[in-house]
Design a protein around this ligand. Sequence first.
Ligand code: NAP
Ligand code: F7E
Length: 339
Amino acid sequence: MAAKRALITGVSGQDGAYLARLLLEKGYEVTGAIRRSSQPETVRLETLGIAQELKYVFCDLGETNNLSRIIQETEFDEIYNLAAQSFVGSSWELPIYTSDVNGLGVARLLDAIRTYSPQTKFYQASTSEMFGKVRETPQTELTPFHPRSPYGVAKVYGHFITVNYRESFGIHATSGILFNHESPLRGRAFVTRKISYALAQYARGSGMPVELGNLDAMRDWGFAGDFVEGMWRMLQHETADDYVLATGRSTTIRDFVNYTASALNIGIDWTGEGLDEQAIDRRTGNVVVRINKDYYRPAEVDYLIGDASKAQDVLGWHPKVQVEELAEMMAKSDFDALS
Ligand code: NAP
Ligand code: F7E
């Protein structure tokens, strides 16, 4: 039987790299869509040792004709749309661009599929950020959305245009509503990796504190490797639908610092409140964490916790890695890399 053909947009990102590895292991022919840049970005694929095993096309979700040509030229069995301006914090600085790529970019892809390859299965990377100021706890596929950032607003459009193309044209278009998932390949601007990298540097003797924003925000954090398996399972199901992927546990940023410090054998005590809160090295008295109000967001998502029962029941998907293990994995990876 011929190998299945998959296109991954955003293949150079965290999820793109793990998903590419999974699909290659399953015998797929994988095409990775990357943006043209002065130096093509394949570092994560190289880290996983698979950069040479993919085909590549240049693609930008801002460009309609380019997407159409890619989909016209190759009959893909599955397209995973992971490309996005994915950093929530930057979306207030780049609201128009974020809306174009994360919102209209999805419509551009879906319309090319509708026109040139309507049998192709489509996965849209939707997000728990759509729940924002949450209407119920825990959040499910039926929880109403109230996004709190331009990123979240754009993703709501991406979600509903996916639902609409499924309902209007019968495309196998699925929206995965994924809660935060992290890994040693996570970008360094996101809070978990910012913490693991800075504390690993501290453990190696930097003596430098890390500056963070709101330590009280709570996230349902899982491991990206587990979550990309859920994406694949969604497209193997006979019918397209919406699915939440989450671990069902929520943790403060402060506790993620605690788990990371513990994994690196840094004993810390918290002192002070609000902007004066600090984590102090029990052994030396040095400041390990301090607050910088610049990292606070204009509107915060305070508390997210997902209910992935539907994905568990229908797809047989279960997250394997718990948040403490995730923090340890990230901390040790950064510590080892700094040797
Ligand atoms: P990531 O590491 O930031 O990767 C984003 C990818 O999108 C990169 O490959 C980036 O390419 C690409 N990209 C950005 N703008 C583009 C454009 N205009 N055209 C084409 N490609 C573009 O993000 P991730 O964590 O892997 O997340 C993957 C997807 O899942 C994203 O859509 C994100 O919004 C969504 N999501 C993530 C999480 C999470 O917790 N990780 C949770 C829910 C949903 P460059 O390398 O060239 O920048
Ligand atoms: O922030 C707080 C911040 O940037 C998490 C993306 O993958 O997941 C990610 O979005 C929390 C927020 O991720 C700092 O205020 C405190 O409450 O790591 P983050 P995010 O915004 O949750 C969702 C599901 C996605 O879809 C997105 O693509 O941590 N926080 N201090 C901080 N955050 C950052 N970045 N930096 C700080 O210093």
